[in-house]
Design a binder for this molecule. Structure first.
Ligand SMILES: [Zn+2]
Length: 332
């Protein structure tokens, strides 16, 4: 039998093998793009009505309106670890995923947030700094009106299955300012093991600050996800970074709007805002609330401002809605 001509083998090696490898890489890349999902992760701290000028406290009415809106829009809430495992096993595409997070272990998570989540069929995760967690209600820690959860409450909440519990350091110190950043993590995990009787799988870096050594430690202790404070959508896909998940901060405080149609031929409104200054996006809708124009880009909301509909000629029956700067929560 004749040997194949050597030049054919050379051409096959030089052209066909790299082409095949290229096709495989392209297929994996395309599959990765197709399967990648954007997930909004929202960062709250406290839900209560006693701190109208506190950016960390969202009013109960605002929070419930946001949950109602998420329900109407078809969002499904997940815990970070569920999204992680779905990604690892190549699970099916998630239907409008949303992650709700609550930092600092405030008592309002138990008193207000958990009942409202149950009412709307949602779930969330609360990240606790363990030095702030007392053993029982009698020794509950109180910091300038902010009361924190206890270990008994944490264990009971976790068993009820609506609120997952994550770690938020021991003394809530920034990783780059801690005398011993590793000790902050180990003391936090030890507290969870000894007093909580479980090891969390998700971590919230205090002030959003993290270091590579800290990420390695968390991974070694079995943590699958960690959240930061970078303001953008999380990307869930192969190659995404589950230990650096970004979050959108939900600005608290009381926001009262007075919105009056402008007189004359121009379609528009005067908006008077009372509350902490914040950036917003204006949505134009028909009377049924259906959008009739793309939302504008974020703009700082001054105490009083005028916004006009950009269409010509100005159509009648146009309403205005005010959304947060990331177009996730309707504010008014
Ligand atoms: Zn915090």
């Amino acid at each position: 039998m004749k040997n194949p001509k050597p030049w054919r083998r050379i051409i096959f090696t030089v052209l066909a093998v790299p082409a095949l490898l290229g096709l495989i890489v392209l297929a994996v890349y395309v599959a990765g793009i197709r399967l990648a999902q954007r997930v909004p992760i929202l960062m709250y701290h406290r839900v209560a009505d006693d701190a109208p000028d506190d950016v960390w406290t969202v009013t109960t009415a605002d929070f419930e309106r946001q949950l109602s809106q998420f329900k109407a829009e078809g969002y499904h809430t997940y815990w970070p670890d569920e999204i992680h495992w779905n990604r690892m096993i190549g699970g099916k595409r998630l239907q409008k995923p949303l992650i709700l997070t609550f930092d600092d272990g405030d008592l309002s998570v138990l008193e207000t947030v958990e009942p409202l989540l149950e009412k709307y069929g949602f779930k969330a995760i609360a990240y606790c700094a363990t030095a702030q967690i007392a053993d029982t209600p009698a020794s509950r820690q109180n910091d300038a009106g902010h009361r924190y959860l206890t270990w008994t409450e944490i264990r009971a909440m976790r068993e009820r299955g609506i609120m997952e519990i994550g770690a938020h350091g021991h003394q809530h110190i920034r990783a780059d300012l801690a005398a011993d950043p590793a000790l902050e993590i180990t003391r936090c995990i030890d507290d969870f093991k000894q007093k909580g009787k479980f090891t969390p799988n998700s971590y919230s870096y205090p002030f959003g600050v993290f270091q590579p050594a800290g990420i390695r430690m968390l991974r070694a202790h079995g943590f699958t996800t960690a959240v930061t404070c970078s303001e953008r959508y999380a990307r869930i896909a192969w190659g995404a970074k589950p230990m650096k998940l970004p979050r959108f901060w939900v600005c608290g405080g009381r926001h009262v709007f007075t919105i009056t149609p402008l007189p004359g031929p121009t379609t528009g409104y005067e908006i008077i805002h009372q509350g902490i200054p914040l950036s917003v996006c204006i949505h134009w809708t028909d009377p049924d609330g259906k959008p009739i124009a793309a939302a504008g880009s974020p703009q700082p909301l001054e105490a009083a401002m005028q916004c006009t509909f950009p269409g010509k000629p100005p159509p009648s029956d146009i309403n205005v809605q005010i959304w947060d700067q990331n177009n996730i929560c309707r504010i008014w």
